[in-house]
Design a protein around this ligand. Structure first.
Ligand SMILES: Cc1ncc(COP(=O)(O)O)c(C=O)c1O
Length: 461
């Protein structure tokens, strides 16, 4: 990486050579064997896909498929997109990324930040549908002169990137002692490239694939048949058709891990070790622990944390999202309270003697609406920000710093208590877009119909 000073001439030299970290022995008292985690989320684009982006582009240049001034067009769940954007930026190519709408908004924003034209497609369509993200990418590439579609799912260079970089790094870092390598597959490039390299060094190394339940890959590996795919939420892994970058012959065993277990494991890893993976890293680790239960102290398992947890703060790392989507236990409807439905949304404590400018920042910029206004003296709730009056002075260009929030107060909608029955929230929101909830610290949180719609999914009837 870089020259001997460690300075890289280009971001591209910072790709690869990621660290490998031993799982602390007390992570799970049931596990005796050694577990090594390759932190590929520490690549510049936040995932192991930087490696394939660079290799696929270099090979396309070599073959003449991508020429100076050309455009890269790819469909990506985000990470290959980010890797390709980095390579495109460093080498001066234009880039279009097609991404399905189930992906986190952070990932989509990152692609835009890295200079891509982003096309968002619906995720709820069949693979044969012309709006499926692979079909859209193919069409754009076909219709755009000078463009090149890496087609990571069926590109041999995807697999080779891991054969030439990740596999040798893992072999070297583990000093040639590996009993199991565990990884999930999306395109299959990671597991297949690494497996091919490791098995060439030591044919006794066992390769364990991991899959979410709705994917076809584990079923195909077990039966040779392509089954119907189903929904799952972990991003980047699992497939609905068999990708050519995946080589099932190199895999010795397949484990299936539920979304809820993948997310719980990612969170445990982050909170207790400081290693901060996305959902697929949690999935890999859940499979590792399952496998490790039966292994002796001297055994060694290696796995990969493919991407960075920071891309999933609004999903895997949001307790509200986990609850709303059913990844945490439901609450019995018979006993549920308002506290079971409210979200950890943005809150603000605005006093009557603060400026209107400050109040408008809370309501406008941070979206805290309705915004409660509290008396400095005594902490009583005076009401909520009168938005009509605030908009009126805003549109007149008034000096907001000289106006007081306390002069822009209107009657508060219903104020719920946390220990009220949840049905009171349904009644209160029948006539209001949002109401207030008095929190334990005496402050007021907003509670909207949108949150109610999400929160009601937490109840078991
Ligand atoms: C987060 C994440 N984990 C795992 C994978 C699977 O890697 P591969 O496509 O090499 O099978 C991907 C692929 O996109 C991914 O984005």
């Amino acid at each position: 990486m870089g020259d001997k000073t460690g300075i890289c001439d280009s971001i591209l030299e910072a790709i690869g050579n990621t660290p490998m970290v031993r799982l602390p022995r007390d992570f799970d008292p049931q596990i005796k064997c050694e577990v090594l985690l390759k932190l590929d989320y520490l690549n510049p684009g936040g995932s192991m896909k930087d490696r394939i982006a660079l290799h696929m582009v270099r090979m396309a240049e070599k073959r003449g498929d991508l020429k100076p001034g050309g455009r890269i067009v790819e469909c990506s769940s985000g990470n290959t997109g980010a890797g390709l954007c980095i390579v495109a930026a460093a080498l001066g190519y234009d880039i279009t990324i097609v991404i399905p709408d189930k992906m986190s908004s952070e990932k989509i924003s990152a692609l835009r930040a890295l200079g891509a034209d982003v096309v968002v497609t619906p995720c709820n369509v069949d693979i044969e549908d012309p709006m499926h993200y692979t079909k859209v990418a193919g069409r754009i590439a076909e219709q755009t002169p000078g463009s090149w579609w890496p087609d990571q799912y069926h590109n041999r260079d995807n697999t080779d990137a891991h054969y030439y970089s990740t596999g040798p790094e893992i072999w070297e870092q583990s000093g040639g002692k590996i009993d199991y390598f565990v990884a999930g597959a999306g395109t299959g490039g990671t597991i297949s490239g690494i497996a091919r390299y490791l098995k060439e060094q030591d044919p006794n190394i066992k390769i364990v694939g991991v899959d979410p339940p709705g994917s076809i890959l584990a079923h195909y590996w077990n039966t040779g048949e392509v089954c119907e795919s189903g929904p799952y939420a972990v991003e980047g892994v699992g497939e609905e058709e068999v990708p050519n970058a995946w080589d099932p012959k190199l895999i010795d065993e397949y484990l299936v891990v539920r979304d809820a277990d993948s997310f719980a494991m990612a969170r445990k890893l982050a909170a207790t070790t400081g290693m901060f993976p996305g959902g697929s890293g949690g999935m890999n680790m859940a499979a590792v622990l399952e496998l490790a239960k039966g292994l002796p102290e001297e055994a060694r398992i290696v796995t990969l944390l493919p991407d960075y947890g920071k891309a999933y703060l609004s999903k895997v790392y949001s307790e509200d999202w986990l609850r709303d989507c059913g990844y945490l236990p439901q609450v019995p409807a018979a006993t549920a309270k308002v506290s079971d439905l409210v979200h950890e949304n943005s809150r603000a404590r605005v006093y009557d003697d603060e400026t209107l400018a400050w109040a408008i920042r809370q309501a406008g910029e941070r979206g805290v609406r309705p915004l409660s206004i509290i008396a400095r003296n005594g902490e009583a709730l005076l009401g909520i920000l009168d938005e009509d009056k605030a908009i009126s002075v805003l549109s007149q260009g008034a000096d907001l710093e000289s106006l007081k929030a306390g002069d822009f107060v209107t009657t508060a909608p219903a104020v719920l208590k946390l220990d009220q029955p949840w049905k009171d929230a349904v009644d209160a929101l029948a006539n209001h877009e949002a109401v207030l909830v008095k929190m334990k610290d005496g402050g007021f949180a907003t509670f909207s119909r949108q949150e109610l719609m999400q929160g009601l999914k937490r109840l078991a009837h």
